[in-house]
Design a protein around this ligand. Structure first.
Ligand code: ACM
Length: 718
């Protein structure tokens, strides 16, 4: 079992108390209906719990990521259509296109025609854009991302040192739109903003499952919206070689099942990303995770073969032969060809999970190791990396690799991507290497947005010296491909990636989890409106699963379920590349909005003494709805071919509803509680928690708190 495999095996909008008096532009109208559809049980249960924070006047802060500095003024700029835009500094196609896209989005959001006069004098401009320099032709890691945005009552001024900052400022302006007094406004604010880290990445593994170009393009739109700026494109895996090579066409012809990106598609992605302020760093994983290269070119491998596209996930023995010169001749030509497509200064060579077995099994390679004083496979990998580095240098590329490349002898200009644990970040920076942190940002682990959000690339207690801190370039979110398809990838990436994007951009002190969730749900609605499908996709999948007779209760159940962890799914289902990814486990989303909403409701309810009657009534209603859902849904699921395997969860939802009702009853009348109720109830919940089905309840922890509080209220009496 691979180390990665081992470690991977190993709200909803809190509305105003009185409903939704503050409506958030795009989010505004949709908040109501999306929550209703997404989580009907919760709409009744918790919609009147909590109050959204407001920062002066009418402004409701739904910005994500939070800017580094924000001052709220009084008043607002009214959006009345035909926004006049003028450029008082340099401006170019990149900026023109970004403004045209933003105007299109304003138009979508407000229903008003927005295109203003393309050029105008500053005196007439409602939106004045003042940029000092164009962006670099090839976006560099050191380019200035900063901008300032001042919204007054009759004009908006966006200033930036270069186009990139202006692009970020436009995204902030898009997030500022709010409904007010029957119209739309930009609330008057003054923002001065810059990122905390310069490398804010998202990696997508398109090797294990291919993702079509439109999926990649809409993902880039989402990345730009939350100010992520590096798309790390994992293009080769044991399960597929996805990049077209004209020099070595058997790579894609024999190694991809016909699912690969043509050179013109890869160029299109690079161009689309560049227009949105995003660098594209391609990854060609070697010497391991490389079976798909050998299907067409077995002479590169260290073992005899034959090779076929691997269907099974995990770590395989197949590895390139680092001891023969012909390997480097091939790689030189291949990397040269790819360097012509990917202009970024960085190229990723993978380097992870090479187990050395094929090397040790090959007498010629063992002899090479002996002759060159290499005691173990890791020493041979250092040799391979040094040879690769020379090739990358020839094509003016810096090398990036997963943290296995961090071994004595690694040249200092390699960048290490830390994924296994934080030690490699520490060790790498102690030794003077630039680092990118990924370990806490593995989306396939199915952890909550909160867990990812609170993991900081530079925690306050890291003990890093200033020099070490400077070596941490930033972080990268990882979306590995075992369990994602074009239909499910959005709901695995979003909205959690938006919370992590805030970690990479905003000041370290921005860590209020409740506030993050409040804004995350609004941002999720915006992203879905932009064309991502993390809300609409799961709804569609549920409809398909339930068929034409699908009751609305199926959505209620789905809203409190989430997929089990990566490792649990892998072992329960024995997934491989051909496993269909269209079951209930694929339709439910990690960290569903209902989880945090329910946790907050329980917390608020327990924090008030005597209990707020509205809060209590809302919870009682919610638990009642769980029981009703269960009684209607279970027979339906039992007779539904695609849902029968999950029917136990419907029945358990009813049990959880009953547990909730009992907890509230005993909190109100502790004397009536049977002596071992708490113990027995927690044991029942532990049994429900057991991950023997592919989906688990996301709401067990807050319910446990309620049960424990009910138990404690009785012992208090004794
Ligand atoms: C990895 O997860 N193998 C980098």
């Amino acid at each position: 079992m691979s180390i990665r495999t081992m470690s991977r095996f190993a709200w909803f909008l809190r509305p105003e108390r009185q409903g939704f008096p503050q409506r958030f532009s795009i989010a505004g109208a949709r908040v109501l209906c999306a929550v209703a559809v997404f989580s009907p049980a919760f709409l009744h249960g918790a919609s009147d719990l909590g109050a959204a924070p407001s920062q002066g006047g009418e402004f409701v802060n739904t910005l994500m990521p939070q800017p580094s500095s924000l001052t709220v003024q009084s008043g607002a700029f009214p959006l009345n259509g035909a926004l006049t835009v003028c450029f008082t500094g340099v401006h170019d196609k990149m900026l023109d296109d970004a403004v045209a896209r933003a105007l299109g989005q304003f138009e979508e959001e407000t229903g008003m025609a927005m295109s203003g006069a393309p050029a105008c004098g500053p005196a007439q401009a409602q939106l004045q854009i003042d940029v000092q320099h164009p962006a670099e032709a090839v976006q560099s890691i050191d380019e200035d991302d900063s901008y300032s945005l001042v919204v007054g009552k009759d004009r908006v001024l966006l200033q930036a040192p270069n186009d990139l900052g202006a692009l970020h400022g436009l995204q902030t302006l898009l997030q500022l739109v709010q409904e007010q007094a029957g119209g739309y406004v930009f609330p008057a604010v003054s923002i001065s903003d810059k990122p905390r880290f310069k490398w804010r990445g998202l990696m997508i593994d398109c090797g294990r499952h291919f993702e079509p170009v439109p999926v990649i393009l809409r993902t880039l739109d989402g990345m730009a919206a939350v100010k992520l700026n590096v798309f790390h494109w994992h293009l080769t895996e044991d399960q597929g070689f996805r990049a077209e090579s004209l020099r070595f066409p058997k790579l894609q012809e024999m190694g991809s099942d016909g699912l690969y990106y043509t050179q013109s598609e890869m160029r299109e992605v690079v161009e689309y990303a560049h227009a949105r302020g995003i660098r594209v760093v391609p990854e060609f994983d070697m010497p391991g995770h490389s079976t798909s290269w050998f299907v067409g070119y077995p002479q590169l491998a260290s073992g005899p073969g034959p090779y076929h596209v691997e269907r099974v996930f995990g770590v395989h023995d197949a590895a390139m032969d680092p001891t023969q010169e012909s390997t480097y001749v091939f790689l030189d030509a291949f990397i040269g060809e790819m360097a012509g497509i990917f202009p970024d200064a960085y190229m990723h060579i993978g380097g992870d999970e090479s187990n050395g077995k094929q090397w040790l099994a090959n007498p010629k390679i063992r002899a090479f190791m002996r002759k060159n004083g290499m005691a173990k496979p890791a020493d041979l990998q250092v040799y391979f990396n040094r040879r690769l580095l020379a090739i990358l240098k020839k094509y003016h590329k810096h090398m990036v690799g997963w943290d296995e490349i961090l071994a004595p002898g690694l040249p200092k200009d390699a960048v290490v991507q830390s994924w296994r644990n934080l030690d490699s970040l520490r060790m790498g920076t102690e030794e003077g290497y630039h680092e990118i942190l990924s370990g806490p940002y593995y989306l396939d682990h199915m952890e909550s947005a909160e867990e990812h959000y609170l993991a900081d690339p530079l925690p306050a207690n890291s003990g890093f010296s200033a020099a070490q801190e400077n070596l941490v370039l930033g972080g990268e979110i990882c979306m590995w491909g075992e369990h994602i398809s074009a239909q499910t990838i959005d709901s695995r990436i979003w909205p959690r990636a938006a919370a992590i994007a805030e970690r990479f951009w905003s000041p370290a002190g921005v860590r209020d989890v409740n506030d993050m969730y409040r804004r995350l749900w609004v941002e999720s609605l915006r992203l879905d409106a932009l064309g991502l499908e993390q809300i609409s996709g799961p709804q569609r999948m549920l409809r398909e699963l339930g068929g034409s007779a699908s009751p609305t209760e199926l959505e209620a159940l789905a809203s409190v379920l989430e997929p089990v962890s990566f490792g649990q799914r892998y072992s329960l289902q024995k997934t491989d590349q051909l496993t269909p990814l269209n079951g209930l486990v694929d339709a439910v989303v990690p960290d569903p909005p209902a989880r945090h909403a329910f946790a907050e409701s329980v917390q608020n309810y327990l924090a008030t003494s005597p209990a707020n009657q509205n809060d209590q009534a809302a919870l009682e209603k919610l638990f009642g709805s769980w029981r009703q859902t269960a009684s209607k849904l279970e027979p339906f699921m039992q007779s539904s071919p695609r849902l029968v395997g999950y029917a136990a969860r419907a029945q358990e939802l009813g049990q959880l509803g009953q547990i909730g009702q009992e907890a509230i009853q005993y909190l109100n009348a502790p004397a009536g509680e049977p002596s071992d109720w708490e113990k027995e109830t927690l044991a029942r919940m532990d049994a429900i928690h057991e991950e023997r089905i592919l989906v688990r309840f996301a709401i067990l922890d807050p319910l446990r708190k309620l049960v424990v509080a009910a138990g404690a209220s009785r012992s208090h009496l004794q």
